[in-house]
Design a protein around this ligand. Structure first.
Ligand code: NAD
Length: 333
């Protein structure tokens, strides 16, 4: 049996990545849509053969509770809207997948976790890379200390953003700038390669080179994590220029992915030669992995659930606090 997935929010990620991936998945299928735009509903119904009974808008969304075709609701809305729709999805009695960042505050994340727990439903975050073979290999190399202990790392993700009027440039909707959007991948990279939680963070905003464009959010941000093993990680994120690299320098060698966080193919090498792994569709692997566990009645692995999501959101906030105060923030407290 394939689980039925309903996508909430038919923007770029749903349209260009998730819906095409759901044509390749083995454990789930695109069964429904939730959209505020009637013309999109028409287009999607035709393109993906979705019956009218499985199409909802933001107001009648609750009625999805009675729809047996829908097992999983996937929230793909702007960051500030994740909380409301995850809570409503859980209250409708469905499992939930929510895009990253989980929400814009830890309190919102906690409400989402609580709502899913109360409903007896599982909550996964859109951490697609945890199901991606090159990423799984650098997790192994780092966590099993294949090249000895990690001494220092670089984990950075940024790109040059287009349309300055989009929600990603509004603090109220995005929670911040590039840190919330792609810097979270750099945080994840540092955490999954070391397999550790950072002890402290320092951070610095770059001066703005386009102050008009970046009125509301940061343009470029740098931060440094210290880990219990002694490893340190230097990171950058930006909306003004591109960077995409995950590099670990170890006692007896090094390894890296570059590109490390995009939709792929990712590319990796070590001090001993290239990393060779199969190239997969990230979104299909992620949704199939999550839905396999749901079909088998298993608990989702902790590193892709709401518990992981809230950890990252706390770190996002700590990084902003460090940059704003210029102080080293203790993360143990
Ligand atoms: P988008 O702007 O392309 O789409 C957003 C959707 O939300 C649109 O359909 C829009 O109509 C709808 N929407 C409803 N209310 C809105 C409002 N008040 N303002 C703006 N839009 C509104 O965004 P996207 O790139 O699809 O991102 C959606 C989510 O997916 C974000 O949380 C983002 O971080 C995440 N995302 C994740 C990945 C990944 O690789 N995991 C990639 C891209 C985006």
């Amino acid at each position: 049996r394939k689980l039925g997935v309903a996508l909430v929010g038919l923007g770029s990620y749903s349209k260009n990545q998730l819906a095409p991936a759901l044509q390749q998945t083995k454990n789930c299928r695109l069964a429904g849509i939730v959209t505020g735009t009637p013309s999109k509903a028409e287009e999607w119904m035709k393109k993906y053969d979705i019956p009218k009974a499985n199409v909802y808008d933001y107001k009648n969304f609750e009625q999805i509770a009675d729809n047996k075709d829908i097992d999983v609701i996937y929230v793909v809305l702007p960051n500030s809207m994740h909380e409301e729709f995850v809570v409503r999805a859980a209250q409708a009695g469905k499992h939930v997948i929510c895009e990253k960042p989980m929400a814009i505050t830890p309190k919102a994340c906690q409400n989402m976790i609580d709502a899913c727990k109360k409903a007896g439903k599982q909550l996964a975050i859109g951490y697609r890379l945890h199901y991606e073979p090159f990423t799984q290999e650098v997790m192994r190399l780092g966590q099993q200390k294949v090249f000895g202990p990690i001494k220092f790392m670089e984990s950075s993700d940024g790109f040059r953003i287009g349309d300055p009027t989009q929600w990603r440039m509004k603090k109220s909707m995005a929670g911040g700038g590039p840190l919330m959007d792609v810097g979270i991948y750099a945080i994840q990279g540092a955490r999954y390669v070391t397999g550790e939680e950072p002890l402290s963070v320092t951070a610095q905003f770059s001066p703005k080179t386009e102050p008009q464009k970046f009125k509301d959010v940061e343009e470029t941000l740098f931060w440094q994590f210290q880990f219990p093993s002694g490893a340190v990680c230097n990171s950058s994120t930006s909306y003004t220029a591109g960077v995409e690299r995950l590099y670990a320098s170890c006692q007896d060698g090094w390894f890296e992915l570059s590109p490390a966080f995009g939709y792929g193919p990712l590319k990796g090498r070590t001090s001993k030669g290239p990393i060779e792994k199969p190239i997969v569709n990230h979104q299909a692997s992620h949704m199939d992995g999550v839905c396999k566990d749901l079909l088998d009645g298993k608990q989702l692995p902790a590193h892709i659930t709401g518990e992981e999501g809230i950890r990252d959101v706390r770190l996002l906030q700590a990084i902003y606090r460090a940059a704003e105060t210029g102080r080293k923030i203790d993360l143990k407290a």
